[in-house]
Design a protein around this ligand. Structure first.
Ligand code: KE4
Length: 439
């Protein structure tokens, strides 16, 4: 990584490349979160990544906290994954028939995640949560699902209700095209609100499950309050509803066994994705044996997928999990993330910019607000214009963040002390730029 960029970097090639994308893809992107609608301007177009850095098509290098929105806990192109994939690809890319690579990753997941006796691989977090709620409805014979406002579980119709991430960023938390008939069984409660969850569960006994991110990562990073997850576990047991943790983002990230290991609360079903695929399309859902044996072909609950358990994704996932079992990995991730979050907070205070910085191990966020941030209503009080100014001031200094206040920054094993130091150096200047604009 060269010294932080001091002058506004040239972006002619990114502009040219993006001009070629917009005529043939909505917004020029394959996921709305990658567009810069919330922060203004046009996205940088990436040529390559290495370690904790990416290089755009103009040759500008950036310290990267997007991390592909979570999968890249080992950074870009780690040797462990590239070597494994190079060997695997020579044996073929897909078979549509069982392979030992699927069993190997499934075994690692079952051994790692406290709630999972049996696991099914799928291709995205959306598929994972969609399948988990179908199973919960079948297993309980009930229809309603409770979700938290601001939590994002992918874009399945019944879950695209008051969703976080890009849905909130772009002002469509509940998307057009989703009939009321589909969302009438989705009940909304605030994150971190036990009383609201209790009231929703006490409604006429029709709640199949409560689904939530155990650490909310799609309205920025919001940790669960002390005892919140334990209370939900007890309430679901009391009312015969299943507890589903969406650990697509937290799985293998906040701890090897996910948030359920970190906070000591075991759900009935768990959704996984991102880290478990090492950057390839890969996700899963799993849980208690009595539940998962209801999934086809063991049981009647249908779910399928052409590329589910794809051997390349399995190999990349196994290489990732093998690396994450090395001693000290999570301690180092937590330490670097804490240094970053604390440094950001101090820099904001020094510049006189209202900000609240949170971290849960390798998830970090800087909320541009003076108030507490416990839930969605708190998060949407943030000064998104201040965030946009901060985002571009960081980008111009060679640090790329997710282009939205309502996303998590991802720290990888490659974000070492030097990279954190350079990030904080850039942040001090970026906060000063925000302060100048706020005067
Ligand atoms: P995918 O369908 O995007 O693989 O996963 C959906 C999903 C489910 N659950 C949680 C907790 C998630 O964070 C996600 C996806 N996260 C967003 C980032 N906030 C993915 C980025 C994108 O939409 O492109």
């Amino acid at each position: 990584m060269t010294e932080a960029i001091q002058t506004k970097p040239k972006r002619a090639n990114s502009q040219r490349a993006f001009a070629g994308a917009t005529p043939v893809m909505p917004g020029g992107v394959n996921s709305p979160v990658r567009a810069y609608q919330a922060v203004g301007g046009e996205p940088i177009v990436i040529a390559s990544g290495s370690g904790c850095c990416v290089t755009d098509v103009d040759g500008n290098e950036y310290i990267d906290y997007v991390g592909a929105y979570g999968p890249l806990i080992l950074g870009h192109a780690p040797q462990a994954i590239t070597v494994a994939l190079t060997k695997a690809i020579a044996r073929g890319t897909a078979f549509g028939m069982p392979t030992e690579a699927e069993t190997a990753l499934a075994r690692l997941i079952v051994d790692a995640v406290p709630s999972i006796d049996v696991v099914r691989m799928v291709n995205s977090g959306t598929e994972s949560t969609m399948s988990a709620i179908r199973l919960a409805r079948a297993a309980t014979g009930r229809a309603n699902i409770i979700k938290c406002t601001g939590c994002y579980h992918g874009h399945a119709d019944s879950l695209l209700v008051q969703a976080g991430s890009g849905a909130t960023t772009l002002g469509t938390p509940s998307s057009p095209g989703v009939p009321d008939a589909v969302t009438q069984h989705t009940l909304l409660v605030p994150f971190n609100d036990v009383d609201a969850a209790q009231a929703a569960l006490e409604q006429p006994g029709d709640v199949a499950a409560m689904l939530l991110e155990p650490v909310a990562g799609n309205m920025g990073t919001i940790p669960p309050n002390e005892g919140y997850l334990d209370a939900l576990r007890d309430l679901c047991d009391k009312h015969g509803a299943l507890l589903i943790f969406d650990e697509v983002m937290t799985g293998f990230r906040v701890a090897y066994g996910g948030a359920q290991e970190l906070f000591g609360v075991t759900p009935d079903l768990t959704c996984l994705g991102k880290v478990m695929g090492g950057g390839l399309p890969c996700a899963a859902y799993g849980g208690r044996e009595d539940l998962m044996r209801q999934i086809s072909p063991d049981g009647p609950v249908y779910q399928a997928g052409t590329l589910s358990g794809n051997p390349l994704a399995m190999v990349a996932g196994r290489a990732t999990l093998d690396a994450l079992r090395e001693p000290g990995v999570y301690t180092s991730l937590a330490q670097h993330s804490k240094t970053l979050a604390q440094g950001l907070g101090a820099a904001a205070v020094q510049a006189g910019v209202p900000a609240r910085c949170t971290t849960v191990n390798s998830m970090v966020c800087c909320f541009f607000t003076s108030g507490p941030v416990q839930n969605y209503n708190d998060a949407i009080q943030c000064d998104t214009n201040a965030f946009a100014t901060f985002f571009h001031a960081m980008l111009d200094q060679g640090v790329v963040l997710p282009p939205s206040q309502f996303e998590t920054w991802f720290v990888s094993t490659e974000h070492d002390n030097l990279m954190i130091e350079r990030t904080l150096h850039a942040a001090k200047k970026a906060f000063r730029t925000v302060a100048q604009k706020q005067r």
